[in-house]
Design a protein around this ligand. Structure first.
Ligand code: SF4
Length: 466
């Protein structure tokens, strides 16, 4: 049954298609993409006039060039779509029969695959590994166990559940979702679409993109029209292998925006790839030139750095040498100063020693002379004592004499006073007499003086006449 639904295309493509529909006045059924293909023309040619057999051969030849990394999944495997996807993913790590039995083992061990999703990888490995002993056996199945966990987790995140049965009802929407999961891609999704749609040719945006780029078909956004274009080119028995292989090319090399054409096995037959490859080559040459320039610049820079480092090293060596010289000079100066100080100290010590020796000698000599000195001192002392004694005696004598004299004087004075006292009335009388006499004499004296003065004046007059 032909499904008239839109092909899985990217969001910008959807927007372009939507704009195209709005602009067009034609009925929605006739308007799809700007590069919408028309069904093959009568007589075995496509709209571009290329014979269909030629295109079919091209697809067959190209598909043969791709070496599949794992065996093609068997569409006859029993189980749900989730289990079949798991089986297809497990083929990357396990042989075909082991992948089948692993899925069966997980089915019997877990009631719910959500439980498997949250289980430890070791636990899953234990479930999928063949029965036997030894940890080595488990280690061998750990990568496959991790793959199962990653697969379930990716599905859970993208579909918000672990049920893929909706793929049969909405192959475009769910197919697009599944193809966007990295670990499934267009290849595993093609397989799931093939089994869910009962052997119909899987049509995914990635596959259509590759076939369009290799000129095997014109790009279309309609799954029905894409099938109409591709069905004459691909035999029914090759539908799975071709779509799986083309899906693998889309996943690995033919990115919608940045295809890795220079690594793609379709490059020789892909006009688009040749163009991309040419641009890439030019870019590589440019990059190589740039790299060369950068390398030359790096070499020049390294040389510069080396020269600078050399200069720095020389400068450093010079500075070290100067510092070494300075240190040497300083050490010599310090040694000289120390030697000088040592000499001064030595001289001082020698002088002190000499002085001590001298002192000791003097002491010794003094010790030797001590008895004589003592004797002399004794003598001197005696002499001094004698002199002192003499002096003291003299002084005592003098004092005694003085005292005696004083006493005598006192006695004499007393005596004299007594005598005077006794003689005082007579004396007083004599004094009074003397006074009276003197007064009498004084009274006579002016007359005598006058006589004398007369005589002198007469004499003078006589002298003047002569
Ligand atoms: S050669 Fe490039 S464009 Fe062509 S199919 Fe390969 S990846 Fe895509």
């Amino acid at each position: 049954m032909a499904v008239d639904v839109e092909c899985t295309i990217s969001l910008p493509q959807v927007a372009r298609v939507t704009r195209s529909i709005r602009r067009s006045t034609a009925s929605p059924e006739t308007v799809t993409h700007s590069t919408v293909a028309t069904p093959p023309a009568e007589g075995g040619e496509d709209p571009r006039g290329v014979p269909l057999s030629k295109k079919s051969d091209l697809i067959q030849d190209l598909v043969k060039k791709v070496k599949l990394p794992n065996p093609l999944p068997d569409p006859g495997v029993e189980g749900t779509l989730l289990e079949r996807g798991m089986y297809a993913v497990l083929l990357r790590e396990l042989p075909e029969t082991r992948a089948r039995s692993a899925v069966a083992a997980l089915r019997s061990k877990y009631e719910d695959y959500n439980e498997t999703r949250v289980s430890q990888a070791q636990e899953i490995a234990l479930a999928i590994a063949p029965k036997g002993k030894g940890l080595e056996r488990l280690g061998k199945y750990l990568p496959a166990a991790r793959l199962v966990k990653q697969y379930l987790q990716a599905i859970f995140q993208e579909v918000h559940g672990l049920d893929l049965e909706g793929l049969g009802e909405d192959p475009v929407g769910v197919g697009r979702q599944l193809a966007s999961i990295d670990m499934l891609g267009a290849a595993v999704t093609s397989y799931l679409l093939f089994v869910s749609e009962g052997g119909e040719l899987p049509v995914l945006a990635g596959n259509v993109r590759v076939l369009d780029r290799i000129n095997a078909m014109s790009r279309t956004s309609s799954v029905r029209k894409a099938r109409e274009l591709l069905n004459p080119l691909i035999k029914p028995q090759d539908r799975l292998s071709v779509s799986y292989t083309i899906g693998l090319v889309a996943d690995q090399w033919c990115d919608s925006r940045k295809p890795v054409c220079w690594e793609c096995p379709f490059l020789d037959a892909c006009p688009n790839g040749k163009k991309v490859f040419k641009d890439w080559k030019v870019q590589q040459e440019r990059l190589a030139k740039q790299r060369k320039k950068e390398e030359a610049r790096a070499v020049a820079l390294a040389k510069k750095e080396e020269a600078r480092a050399k200069r720095d090293a020389e400068r450093e060596a010079k500075a070290q040498l100067a510092a070494e010289k300075k240190r040497l000079k300083e050490r010599q100066r310090l040694e000289k100063a120390k030697a000088k100080q040592d000499e001064i100290r030595r001289k001082k010590l020698a002088a002190e020693k000499a002085a001590e020796q001298k002192k000791a000698a003097a002491k010794k000599a003094a010790k030797k002379k001590a008895p004589a000195k003592k004797k002399a001192a004794k003598v001197t002392k005696k002499k001094a004592a004698k002199v002192t004694k003499k002096k003291a005696a003299k002084v005592t004598k003098k004092k005694a004499a003085k005292v005696t004299k004083k006493k005598a004087a006192k006695v004499t004075k007393k005596k004299a006073a007594k005598v005077t006292k006794k003689k005082a009335p007579a004396k007083k009388k004599a004094a009074a007499t003397k006074k009276a006499a003197a007064t009498k004499k004084a009274a006579k004296k002016p007359a005598a003086s006058k006589k004398t003065a007369k005589k002198k004046a007469t004499k003078k007059k006589a002298k003047g006449r002569r």
